[in-house]
Design a protein around this ligand. Structure first.
Ligand SMILES: Cc1ncc(COP(=O)(O)O)c(C=O)c1O
Length: 410
């Protein structure tokens, strides 16, 4: 069960993909002099980069490869700590480990995004970066996080995988920190099955990110350029078919967000003020994506009972989005023990992980339920709710079900 863009896949995506197939240019590089080569990846980067005013945009294969590319471009590696929230998709945390650095888990606040106060407490001499994750389409408190990052000379990364298209104070999410990333997987605002993007306005970071994602090449090579590779990199290149789908999806973005705001408001207004119920704090009402409506119950017991009756789960039980459910991270299970960043000889800190280590986060998540608005994802604890095509009548029916359950459990 997917994100909103999936529901609106139509003729536009078909035409974009067919044009790539007909011209047989599937690779991001081709003959620039051939009018048949439509350079969809480059066009996607330009359209998003220009529209978001991000400076540079680099298309990659997934949100995870975007995170690894961004962390690598920022030079994060052995001995470094990166502060990440304990409530995020597992990739925000494991990407740090893949780069041989140490993720330091921090609390979220009642916005379910990184708690700036706890971030400040978690800073050590080894901290190199803070990863602000705009969880469930809700912007982090970027004013406070930017201030902290500046004060301590840290890199501010924005994991905007779940918030493509959102804003914070009229600037696009992902473009406010030093470097940002997006995901275009099946569950995200717009999707091509998989795909990702890195954005930054720093030329040096962009060049390094580009080289990292393309076997060390400098930006915009025209083809095979033997001997011109500046560093050792990977292959995280996006292909033309993926970019073709994303171009069509991107052109629907603003309408998708408008529709989610409409549906969310409609649902929210009808349950507002009910006894024993409150809402997640939103750091920018106008700028959030509206993908999910998160509600807090009075306590864990009522939340769990309501979740059961709604055929969903509390956020605590939303799998690999909650640090308590990430055994592989808590036990640092890496294939090669030499790649355990906690045991790296350059690492001087003493971080350890255990269930229950973030009590504020635990208390919030155990009484929270995610109601789907545009992202229908049981893995996110959002199995109950609407989808982007829900009619007013369907909204009323879901509201009725929700209210009935609420009355039963309170
Ligand atoms: C917050 C967050 N970061 C990173 C990712 C990784 O993105 P992808 O699945 O495209 O690799 C996701 C995907 O679910 C995510 O939600």
């Amino acid at each position: 069960m997917p994100g909103p863009g999936y529901y609106w896949i139509g003729k536009e995506e078909e035409q974009e993909v067919l044009s790539v197939l007909r011209d047989r240019y599937l690779f991001r590089y081709g003959n620039e002099k051939d009018p048949d080569f439509k350079h969809k990846v480059k066009t996607l980067e330009e359209e998003i980069g220009n529209s978001f005013k991000s400076g540079y945009a680099l298309a990659v294969t997934s949100g995870t490869s975007a995170l690894i590319t961004a962390l690598s471009a920022a030079g994060i590696g052995p001995g470094d700590e990166v502060i990440v929230p304990g409530y995020t998709f597992i990739a925000s945390i494991t990407a740090v480990i893949i780069c041989n650095a140490v993720p330091v888990l921090a609390e979220v606040d009642d916005s379910l995004t990184l708690d700036p106060e706890d971030v400040e407490k978690k800073i050590t001499p080894y901290t190199k970066a803070v990863m602000a994750v705009h969880m469930l389409g809700n912007p982090c408190n970027l004013d406070k996080l930017s201030k902290i990052a500046k004060k301590h000379n840290l890199i501010l990364m924005e994991d905007s995988a779940q918030a493509f298209g959102g804003y914070y104070k009229d600037k696009r999410l992902g473009t406010i920190g030093d470097i940002g990333i997006y995901s275009f997987n099946f569950f995200k605002t717009i999707n091509a099955g998989d795909g990702g993007m890195v954005v930054t306005d720093d030329e040096d970071l962009y060049k390094k990110a580009f080289a990292y994602h393309d076997q060390g090449h400098l930006p915009l090579r025209m083809g095979v350029e033997i001997g011109k590779r500046s560093i050792i990199g990977q292959n995280f290149r996006m292909n033309e078919l993926t970019a073709a789908v994303l171009l069509a999806q991107f052109r629907k973005l603003d309408e998708l967000i408008r529709r989610m705001h409409y549906l969310k408001e409609k649902f929210k207004r009808q349950i507002e003020g009910m006894d024993g119920l409150s809402f997640r704090r939103i750091n920018d009402d106008k700028g959030e994506c509206g993908t999910i409506l998160t509600v807090f119950f009075r306590n864990k017991e009522t939340a769990e009972e309501a979740a059961k009756r709604l055929n969903t789960a509390t956020v605590s039980h939303s799998g690999w989005h909650v640090y308590n459910n990430m055994e592989q991270v808590l036990e640092m299970k890496v294939i090669n023990p030499l790649l355990n960043p906690l045991k790296n000889p350059y690492y001087r800190g003493n971080v350890n992980y255990k269930k229950g280590m973030l009590p504020k986060t635990d208390k919030l998540l155990e009484r929270a339920i995610n109601i789907s608005i545009g992202v229908v994802d049981a893995g996110l604890g959002a199995a109950f709710g609407l989808n982007i095509d829900s009619t007013d009548e369907e909204v009323s029916m879901k509201v009725k079900t929700f209210k009935t359950v609420l009355r039963q459990v309170l």
